[in-house]
Ligand binder design. Structure first.
Ligand code: ADP
Length: 479
């Protein structure tokens, strides 16, 4: 793939420069090397943090909220204009079908627009207090924010974390994932072209245990946001704890959709399947568990199986339903899970098309039926195109199963009964609950995050602006 920039360069203090070592980037659709990226070191992270600190004392720190808003909107517009180009890069780098990659590029643009519009609307309060006092609050940036992001949705996650952090006036150090960081680099070039002052955004790709660990343990950062695995999330929280730095963690899930007897199945079906196979199931908020009231169980599994049989899996540029997994390792993990389902009823599988290159990391989407709630496939995050269907007998059991994993990111309820919708919305342990839909189209406006091992803190929406700022109370005694 031909890139319009040098992917081996990192961005520190407005300057692009090479590192001594590089890492290969694989195209997951073919298994071949498509580029080289920088292998950032702890020293590069030191310099990036120092550059971010200088930015806070320089031009970036002097921007008004309105100026930051205009700048973010300009970046968003430029991202939207280049959506096709960014989509082609992302499709090749992550392996996601082109139309999904394009949706990600447009979501990145929309995040910039949303946070651009919100930047000058974050206000403090005046607080009634003792006679002779005037008390008010100020929302201030944390300072330097670290952003460690995964490979599954680089553009969307940059949008929701870096976008909100910049809107509040923080200076960011971004460590994109070693498996897919090409659009992070492209985004930084666009932001620079749009006029983002030097040091406001620094980008250092590299290995998690090198550049990522150095960033999360750095005493010069004031907040860290991480999206990725539970294991790495705990490492990051522990590293941040040593510096008493606040963290936002988004760590995935085992999100259920609950289908009740009175559900509109025609409306539900596309969501039941798409929420499991989108981005080849490599989605934190993937719906990997479908809970069905027993009377509709046969119908649901039969109709889901029909859809599965029609799913086509192939290279990202063929723009089919499902692309490859990110790596050979991820493919091995997901196939391992499928093999652990030999005691289950395999209801259906999708088809890997003939033109799929042999070196690509393809896995046929797989639907399992008759699964018990405690089965490993119903408990562990698979991060691949695998869904399990679990029957239940009543509302109580549905809630018990839905809440019966260590995660709590997203849940949805399919039912026409308004009372039940309200009861379920309260009973389900999840950061987002959808009634008669799943994902609400991804809305950048909607606060997102988990409970339990899905993490803590909220990104997206206006709420994220509170997470990326700190509150100061000013009490004036004037008699
Ligand atoms: P996945 O399992 O989806 O690859 P990871 O949690 O391993 O997700 O990776 C998500 C991000 O965390 C990537 O940017 C990766 O480089 C980074 N990372 C991995 N290990 C560490 C670590 N020990 N410290 C900090 N960051 C890490």
């Amino acid at each position: 793939m031909k890139l319009w920039y040098d992917a081996r360069e990192i961005l520190i203090g407005g300057q692009w420069r090479r590192t001594s070592d590089t890492l290969p980037v694989e195209n997951p659709s073919t298994g071949t090397e498509m580029a080289q990226i920088a292998r950032g070191t702890a020293t590069d992270i030191d310099e990036a943090v120092a550059a971010a600190q200088s930015a806070l004392h320089g031009a970036w720190g002097k921007t008004t909220a309105a100026e930051r808003g205009r700048l973010l909107m300009r970046i968003g517009q430029m991202v939207a204009e280049r959506a096709d180009e960014l989509a082609a890069i992302e499709a090749a780098d992550v392996g996601k079908p082109l139309k999904q990659a394009r949706a990600d590029a447009l979501a990145l643009a929309r995040y910039m627009e949303f946070y651009g519009g919100a930047a000058d609307k974050v206000m403090g309060e005046t607080i009634p207090y003792l006679n002779g006092y005037t008390v008010y609050t100020l929302r201030e940036p944390h300072g330097v924010t670290g952003h460690i992001i995964p490979w599954n949705y680089p553009m969307q996650i940059i949008g929701r974390s870096v976008g909100a952090a910049l809107a509040m006036g923080n200076a960011c150090v971004l460590k994109p994932a070693e498996e897919a960081c090409l659009t992070a680099l492209a985004f930084a070039r666009i932001a620079q072209e749009a006029g983002l002052p030097e040091g406001a955004l620094n980008v250092v790709p590299g290995l998690g245990e090198e550049a990522g660990a150095a960033l999360s343990a750095h005493p010069g950062i004031n907040h860290i946001s991480f999206t990725g695995s539970v294991h790495v999330g705990t490492l990051i929280q522990a590293a941040a704890a040593r510096n008493v730095v606040p963290v936002t963690l988004e760590l995935g899930g085992k999100s259920p959709q609950l289908v009740f007897n009175d559900a509109d199945l025609d409306a539900a079906l596309p969501f039941l399947v798409n929420a499991g196979i989108q981005n080849a199931g490599q989605t934190c908020s993937a719906s990997s568990r479908i809970l069905v009231e027993r009377a509709r169980y046969d119908e649901v599994i039969t109709r889901m199986a029909e859809r599965y049989k029609a799913l086509q899996v192939g290279p990202a540029d063929a723009d089919l339903d499902v692309g490859p997994l990110i790596s050979a390792r991820q493919k091995e993990i997901v196939q391992g899970f499928i093999e652990r389902g030999t005691d289950l009823e395999m209801a259906a599988q999708g088809r890997i098309v003939d033109q799929a290159p042999a070196g690509g990391h393809y896995v046929a989407p797989t639907l399992f039926g008759g699964v018990s709630a405690g089965h490993a496939l119903a408990q562990q995050e698979i991060f691949g195109p695998v869904q399990v269907v679990i029957p239940f007998d009543d509302e109580g059991e549905a809630v018990q199963i839905a809440n019966g994993t260590e995660f709590g990111l997203v849940a949805s309820v399919w039912s026409r009964d308004g009372g039940r919708q309200m009861r379920m919305a309260r009973a389900l342990r999840a950061g987002q609950v959808f009634l008669n839909n799943y994902g609400a189209g991804g809305g950048v406006e909607l606060p997102f995050g988990g409970i339990g091992k899905s993490g803590h803190g909220r990104e997206k929406g206006f709420e994220a602006l509170y997470g990326f700022s700190t509150l100061k109370t000013v009490a004036a005694h004037h008699g």
